[in-house]
Design a protein around this ligand. Structure first.
Ligand SMILES: [Fe+2]
Length: 285
């Protein structure tokens, strides 16, 4: 088998073929895949069939597998024997009718994974196991390109400012800033971030998680966030992935956002997620 990396005819993403992820990779393969990941932001490997331990072993070749932000006692997965590093993205229930995983049904707005944490995890690896007949696609948006598309006067207004990233664990709703942030995970982050490995600058806001811009009145903050979010989600920077069972997607949370399209609640959907630890975000200005 020959390892081949084929960029999509899209502003983000590439498919990797000629590799079986359940086998340990040699050093040069790890380096080639890591560089392809930095270059393309999202890598898709099709036709894989990984156990939980094989998925973690694959991920561990590119960094340290991270522990989830959700408190352990609130993780449905822990009750099913998982250790806090795995999220089951699924609407499935056990025989007592309890959900076995997280982020169960429906659409999910664009977001960066864990942008509300002091050290957001750099990568997410999501492996598709069972899928509905339609929908539940994942859209990926290239935030290097989004940054380039911001009008210069807005960039100048925002250079050096921070954005409040807060997440209340709903999928279609921002936090309400009229309410207290007590008990809601949140973090002020640079609006523009410099990628620590590529050196490129990316926009770091999202519809789901970005709540306010530092130093602006509420109305101006909302208006500018709205403009930035439109730029961040513009179809010209988006690739929409239609999953097949056996796909594994590995994406860079420092320079991309992702969203889920709706799907029939009557059909099962199960994907297994792990992440790689990251570092504090660096201001891009
Ligand atoms: Fe996510």
């Amino acid at each position: 088998m020959t390892l081949t990396i084929t960029p999509f005819d899209s502003p983000i993403g590439a498919e990797v073929t000629g590799i079986e992820l359940r086998h340990a990779l040699d050093k040069s393969m790890v380096e080639t895949i890591y560089q392809a990941w930095l270059d393309n932001i999202v890598l898709i490997f099709r036709g894989q069939s990984l156990s939980k331990d094989e998925q973690i072993a694959f991920a561990n070749q590119f960094g340290n597998v991270g522990i989830r932000a959700t408190p352990k006692d609130a993780q449905n997965e822990v009750a099913n024997g998982y250790d806090g590093s795995i999220m089951l993205v699924t609407n499935q229930r056990d025989e007592r009718g309890n959900y076995i995983g997280s982020l169960q049904d429906g659409e999910m707005w664009f977001h960066h994974d864990m942008s509300y944490r002091p050290e957001p995890h750099k990568a997410t690896l999501l492996h598709a196991i069972e899928l509905p007949s339609t929908g539940g696609n994942t859209k990926f948006a290239n935030q290097y390109l989004a940054y380039e598309n911001i009008p210069q006067e807005i960039k100048e207004l925002l250079f050096g400012r921070k954005v409040l990233q807060a997440y209340n664990f709903t999928m279609l709703e921002k936090v309400d800033l009229k309410e207290s942030l007590d008990g809601i995970q949140h973090q002020w982050q640079p609006i523009f971030v410099r990628h620590p490995e590529t050196g490129k600058t990316a926009l770091y806001v999202s519809r789901l998680i970005s709540a306010a811009i530092e130093g602006l009145e509420r109305q101006e903050s909302d208006e500018i966030l709205g403009q930035l979010i439109d730029i961040a989600e513009d179809p010209s920077v988006v690739y929409e992935h239609i999953w097949q069972p056996g796909d594994l997607a590995m994406w860079d949370n420092r320079c991309s956002t992702h969203a889920r399209t709706d799907f029939p609640a009557t059909e099962a959907r199960l994907l297994r997620r792990c992440t790689l630890e990251g570092a504090p975000m660096i201001s891009g200005s």
